[in-house]
Design a protein around this ligand. Sequence first.
Ligand code: 13P
Length: 284
Amino acid sequence: MGLVSSTPLLQDARKNGYGIVAFNVHTLEMLQAVVEAAEETRSPLILQTTVGTVKHLGLDYLVANAKVAAEKASVPIALHLDHCTDFDLLVQCLRAGYTSVMIDASMHPFEENVQRTKRVVEIAKALNVNVEAELGKVGGVEDDIVVDEADALLADPDECKQFVELTGVATLAPAIGTAHGIYKGEPNIDFKRIEEIAKRVQVPLVLHGGSGIPGEQVRRCVSLGMAKMNVATELKNAFSESMKQSFRDNPGELDPRKYMVPAKEVVKQLAKQKMELCGCVGKA
Ligand code: 13P
């Protein structure tokens, strides 16, 4: 069916109280693993890449792989660009075939965040592409974007309403206490804040920092309106740990297929667990 916009998928998720998982993939095997997980569980899927991965794999290679996956799959698949601060690169991704993009101008003051986001929304609208933007500041490390915990800032519910109205953004990622990377303790999620934001904002909300959030808390976030959950670190770590284990078991192994196959399987099983948790199994 080809790559689809994430907008209708996420609107359905918000309306019906489930969440779609957006997995950050870094290699062909990781991409195939999450696609297989989606097919086997009949889940809608958002393939997600950071700017770093676009640079690492090459935009043309990446989009070509995602397009083939979407054409072959019998479940809807969107291709999303995560946390992009570079307008020119974002437009290149749109032209190459991304069906969903995040413009991250959350490091700027509110007015400037509005202006930068609005500019992307106008272009994306003509292409039927979803736009996500962030309000507040999600802490932790995501690719080259590092936000110290002391600088992390939670989103203000009234500002969220204003922001969506002013920008026309289709999805909103409000900072509500989660962080990118693995949590040292439990995440300190402000559920009341999610509730207040969801009351004021009808667009699907996005939960960043999905790695390591306890299951019960994920379910609560989803039930309150978080229709997309981003998972990066857990997937990347599982893939690499599996390969490390393969090398410990077989130090002399030189055939990449021998350590890539189990690593792919581990990613696939983890992806299925996250889909189950968010309630998107069977929703494709
Ligand atoms: P994690 O690395 O914590 O899973 O966060 C992913 C994310 O939010 C990407 O934008």
